[in-house]
Ligand binder design. Structure first.
Ligand code: AMP
Length: 393
């Protein structure tokens, strides 16, 4: 019997699937369904990166899971899926740990959909599809907000009347699975830094930064929604709320039109008029692409400064995410004016995407740590399976 667990990360138009053993962190297989719908594209590979044959029409998350599992069963005919772990963007104000998704928990998470309307419904669609495909198999929710649940109150609130905070209008912070993974890697590989003041920059199509002290998030750039903080591929980042009022009052824009503008037409895409993709902008060299990069870099620098102030200093800056892991150019641009914070890049190490990219004698370490959100979900599912077995024993 090949006992294993699945990890699912369901987005609006994509589904990432991982097949993991019950012990260990190396995936047995990985799948990605892109452009969910009539033109869906599925890529499924085993641990050696060899493509696994798939067949079937995929129009939604349920089809996608069935198609992937059928392909996995061809490869491992005795496959027994014992648990399914899900990435869920919003766990609300209280949840700081993964949880088994009972009907009650699902109802609670469904009520949170208005807080993350572009992500939560799709995450939960993935859960329901997995429940239908695997009745009776434990489904485990892992929350992007959970890592930030120990923020001090000042980093959790807005300057609004207090009753709104009580009603949930507060800074939740996101990308928590990525931050949890990176904090674990720091603990594992550089324990002397784990007790220190670390800023993690998760710079991908979605981008945020997190201030971590003693392994715990104390502040982050994303707030109530995944719009705040840094400019992203298509999201605006920090914005004066007066802009939203102006667009509504003076330009007659509806909430739906403003939502589309802020989530899908802004950020690098909106500023460059060209692309949400940093590689494309780096190669383009047009004045607008250059300015979009300049703004991204400037906002990153401001947030590093702000988070260092929240931490009372900085011992390490960690780059992660597609841009943070792969772009020496953006990393060096962000760090170029930060010698005053003890940040001094070693150009050779940076060009080679090495793990340590600062100079040996620099006061602040600068690291590149590839993130791995799937492993965090797999660990949670493994731990819950273990504790279920202990209860039964
Ligand atoms: P993610 O959402 O973490 O997959 O990151 C996607 C972003 O990473 C896109 O903007 C990509 O253009 C960017 N990216 C990936 N590789 C590189 C690279 N070699 N140089 C610059 N940006 C990159």
């Amino acid at each position: 019997m090949t006992s294993a667990l699945l990890t699912l990360n369901a987005g609006s138009s994509s589904l990432k699937i991982g097949l993991f053993p019950l012990v260990g962190e190396a995936p047995l297989a990985r799948g990605l369904v892109d452009r969910m719908g009539p033109d869906a594209i599925l890529k499924l590979t085993d641990a050696q990166d060899v493509a696994l044959p798939t067949s079937g029409v995929i129009t939604n998350h349920f089809d996608a899971i069935k198609t992937v599992v059928a392909a996995l069963r061809q490869r491992w005919p005795d496959l027994d899926v014992l648990a399914i772990g899900h990435r869920i963007v919003h766990g609300g104000a209280e949840r700081s740990e993964p949880v088994i998704l009972t009907d009650d928990v699902l109802a609670e998470l469904t009520d949170l959909a208005p807080f993350a309307p572009l992500h939560q419904p799709h995450n939960l669609a993935g859960v329901r599809a997995a429940m239908a495909a695997f009745p009776g198999v434990p489904q485990i929710g892992c929350f992007d907000t959970a890592f930030h649940r120990h923020h001090p109150w000042v980093n959790d609130t807005f300057g609004l009347p207090r009753f709104l905070y009580e009603q949930g209008v507060r800074r939740y912070g996101f990308h928590g699975l990525s931050y949890e993974y990176i904090s674990g890697e720091i603990q594992r590989t550089a324990p002397h830094l784990a007790a220190g003041r670390v800023i993690i920059a998760h710079l991908g199509n979605g981008a945020s930064m997190c201030a971590v002290r003693d392994g715990r998030s104390i502040a982050s750039t994303m707030g109530f929604s995944a719009l705040d903080g840094l400019p992203m591929g298509t999201r605006c980042g920090q914005l004066d709320p007066g802009v939203v009022l102006y667009l509504m009052d003076q330009k007659g824009m509806t909430a739906a039109a403003i939502s589309d503008l802020l989530y899908k037409q802004s950020g690098l895409l909106g500023l460059s008029g060209l692309s949400n993709d940093m590689r494309t902008l780096e190669a383009a060299g047009t004045p607008e692409a250059t300015e979009a990069i300049d703004y991204f870099v400037f906002r990153c620098q401001r947030e590093v400064g702000g988070l260092a102030a929240a931490l009372g200093g900085i011992d390490a800056l960690v780059f992660s995410g597609g841009i943070g892991e792969n772009s020496p150019f953006i990393r060096s641009r962000i760090c170029e004016s930060m010698a005053w914070m003890g940040i001094e890049m070693d150009p050779g190490r940076n060009a080679g995407n090495e793990r340590l990219i600062s100079r040996d004698n620099a006061a602040t370490r600068v690291l590149v740590i590839p993130t791995n959100e799937e492993v965090v979900i797999a660990r949670a599912a493994q731990a819950i399976l273990r504790s279920n077995q202990e209860v039964r024993a």
